[in-house]
Ligand binder design. Sequence first.
Ligand SMILES: Nc1ncnc2c1ncn2[C@@H]1O[C@H](COP(=O)(O)OP(=O)(O)OP(=O)(O)O)[C@@H](O)[C@H]1O
Ligand SMILES: [Mg+2]
Length: 318
Amino acid sequence: MTRLEVSNLKAYYFTSKGVVKAVDDVTFSTNESIGIAGESGSGKSTLALSILRMLQPPGRVVDGKIMLDGIDILAMDEHEFNARIRWKRIAMVFQAAMNALDPVYRVEEQMEELLRYHDYVGDDVSTLLSNAVKQVGLGDDVLRRYPHELSGGMKQRIVIAMALLMKPSLLIADEPTTALDVLVQAQIINLLKRLKREGLMLMLITHDLSIIAEVADRIGIMYAGQMVEFGSTDQVYREPRHPYTQALLQSIPRLRGEKRLTYIKGSPIDLLNIPRGCRFYARCPYAMDKCREEDPPALYDGGGNEYGYVRCWLYSRH
Ligand SMILES: Nc1ncnc2c1ncn2[C@@H]1O[C@H](COP(=O)(O)OP(=O)(O)OP(=O)(O)O)[C@@H](O)[C@H]1O
Ligand SMILES: [Mg+2]
């Protein structure tokens, strides 16, 4: 059974200006940790929020299927999903979450509040909290502190500890290192790697491909609401096929945190007004006439869960 399977997912924002097709027919499946990369506005957070069923209006999942460990999570009613899945099997570290810690409460109060929210019954709470902070490499003393007394790295660890409180099997981390300096980024990445070794499945979202190389076994590249390439991290890094993936990989700094050397020319399309053909057409160095006419389908490598695909006419035999 495939652990996480997303099929033909569409999640749109219905705005006064029109429909923003932020996730537009995204398909992938994985048994291992996955990284999702792509530039700002490509739909990464919308995809993540759809999986946790936390997309807020005007956003809505309009089509598709999401299966986690054989459970059809979009088909469940909200009460059941909340009771069985959200935070308990799938948890998320939201983009910029560490800035959302409540400044007037101590760390332990915020964690206790979370347990109350989940009607937690079980182990002694203080042991649970002390194990939770230990799991992310912090000492008990942080529990008594207020967020402003903690460094950025410590706050990010707390946010991760909170997401892990209900022992989820899938942790979605949306840009977990973005606001941190290089050394602290490395520490958070090491933490994520350790959690993965301990059995947690990760879905790591970032615009920084160098982070995914370290943490994820599979990778999905998003461009303008679509997943344009999907496969094993090794394969995609060794032999990137989509011209957008190639450009992204060329723009990876040699050292983490270093400024980008090359930029991808041009700007992404307007998701309110998606042109015919390939969405990368206007920026693609290999664009052909066909690319302007028809949106490329996903061209799969083979069957089974080990498949990868690329959405690009360059690889089509027709
Ligand atoms: N609440 C909203 N209402 C309308 N449009 C939205 C809303 N939230 C996101 N969008 C649009 O949906 C598209 C995808 O946004 P999303 O936040 O998923 O991208 P992202 O890949 O996570 O970007 P970033 O790297 O900046 O976090 C963008 O065009 C964005 O402007
Ligand atoms: Mg985002």
